[in-house]
Design a protein around this ligand. Sequence first.
Ligand SMILES: Cc1cc2nc3c(=O)[nH]c(=O)nc-3n(C[C@H](O)[C@H](O)[C@H](O)COP(=O)(O)O)c2cc1C
Length: 205
Amino acid sequence: MSISANKTMDVFTCIETRHSTRKFKEEPVPQALLDKVIEAGRRAPAGKHKNQSHFLVVRKKEVLDKLAELVQQEFAKMEVTPENDDNFGGAIRASQKGNYRFLYNAPVLIIVANKKNYGNNFADVSCAMQNMMLAANALDLGSCWINQLRWLQDNPVLLDYLRSLGMTEDEAVYASLSVGLPATPDGLPGRNVMAIAGNPVTYVD
Ligand SMILES: Cc1cc2nc3c(=O)[nH]c(=O)nc-3n(C[C@H](O)[C@H](O)[C@H](O)COP(=O)(O)O)c2cc1C
């Protein structure tokens, strides 16, 4: 399906055609499109309308490289256990082999932090994430939810570095989003409409 950024995509089409992109072109994301994605995140609902998700938009190559390096370095120090294996055992194993590139070389990483002592932190950030992923799809951009910074949200090395980028002392990372132009033959994100699997529904009439 081909939909260009200057046409609108209806919300149901946008939802059913949204998929993760894990291969990106090197070229930058046009500012006007990135602005729309961030705006979509900032317009997401939030518990009690607190609106305290903090979007750190990283485009500097050295910072993206440093984040990749620190994440690999810190995962490599950890041990796979039965408790963590299903969540980030794969990240630990790949990091220990020295070939872990969790950002998929996207030109933009939007890190979404929120207040540590706020009960709806992860929920508010998740709403922002979904809005941004749908906006990216509507604008022909690729995006992928990146979880690694959340798994390492209490790691002192990552905390120090993220604070040096502007995250405040009372915040932690709950999600991040790689964004870029998809490196696909047609330049568009994959938009196969899949059959729905899982997520059971129980009507109670
Ligand atoms: C909470 C959450 C965490 C995720 N973490 C990652 C991740 O760290 N890396 C990744 O490549 N994809 C990640 N994903 C993307 C899922 O793997 C993906 O959405 C799922 O496989 C369905 O595929 P689709 O997005 O292409 O429809 C995450 C998605 C969610 C909702």
